[in-house]
Design a protein around this ligand. Sequence first.
Ligand code: NAP
Length: 310
Amino acid sequence: MKAVGFTEFGGPEVLQVLELPVPDAGPGEVRIRVSAATVNAVDALQRRGPARSPDARPPFVPGMEAAGVVDQIGAGTDTDLRVGDQLTTIVLADGAHGAYAEQIVVPAESVVRAPHGASDVQAATLPMNGLTARLALDTLGLEAGQTVAVTGAAGAVGGYAVQLAKADGLRVVADASEQDETLVKELGADIVLRRGAEYPDRVRAEVPEGVDGLLDAASLGALTARAVRDKGRVVTLLGYDGPGERGIVYQPIVVFRYAREHAKLDRLRQQVEDGRLTLRVARTFPAEQAAEAHRVLAAGGVRGRLVLTF
Ligand SMILES: NC(=O)c1ccc[n+]([C@@H]2O[C@H](COP(=O)([O-])OP(=O)(O)OC[C@H]3O[C@@H](n4cnc5c(N)ncnc54)[C@H](OP(=O)(O)O)[C@@H]3O)[C@@H](O)[C@H]2O)c1
């Protein structure tokens, strides 16, 4: 089967078409005939290296989410899915096991039906960043009526977080550049403030006591403290863990923790069908053009996901 990956770490140019053996689904697993796989920042990190595990050997195949149809169900797997069903899945990319491949095997808990009416390209954009936003809000643990601030709100994680936070009954103070302001308002943010290093001060001006929690999808790090009330919590996505001031706790999260949270992923699917979550696709590329997709991502300013088609 065809996959896209690399045998040496480096820039986008290391990505190449690989021919790999077709994997078989074991007990508890399903195999997917992939037709769409998204391109995320973490794929570029993996491509640049080094490998997460010192024992990992090439070839490496990136990709953390995909959509397609079930083409094999492992013996004894507890699932209501049938061969041919349209689905979407989070993928824990590891070594040669990543979503940039025609066929991948994943645990049945990582898979849900694609949202009704969504194309494979759209459906592929849900699991990884939707679960990240869900985990971030669960980690903040706020109650309806409390206030959350979101940086990077025009991005994939930030955008889902704004919409999920509204669905949870929170008040949302989001950031946006001038050109993203309409988009972020349409996602449902109650207050939209100009993004950048001054955003935390702008939040403080709007919410004098400070927000109860903050999701830092733009990785502003320590700067965010200014926006947060005493003993508030900040969830970070690239490992930043403080130190906080005034009892503020910085809590890094990793989406892997929710990779088998089937009920949570299925709820996200339902929220798409209910119109509460918006699937956003920027552009598609034939899988052979993965290097170009990585270049476009690196240039910044992409709104919605880049998706490889197989
Ligand atoms: N820990 C985990 O499990 C996990 C899971 C998913 C993602 N992540 C990480 O989370 C981050 C967000 O991912 P994503 O997929 O949402 O990325 P994304 O779609 O590129 O969104 C990031 C957004 O932040 C904006 N931004 C960049 N610098 C900013 C700044 N200084 N102030 C305000 N906004 C700024 C970007 O705008 P421009 O495009 O204009 O730069 C973009 O709109 C990435 O670092 C990713 O690697 C971590």
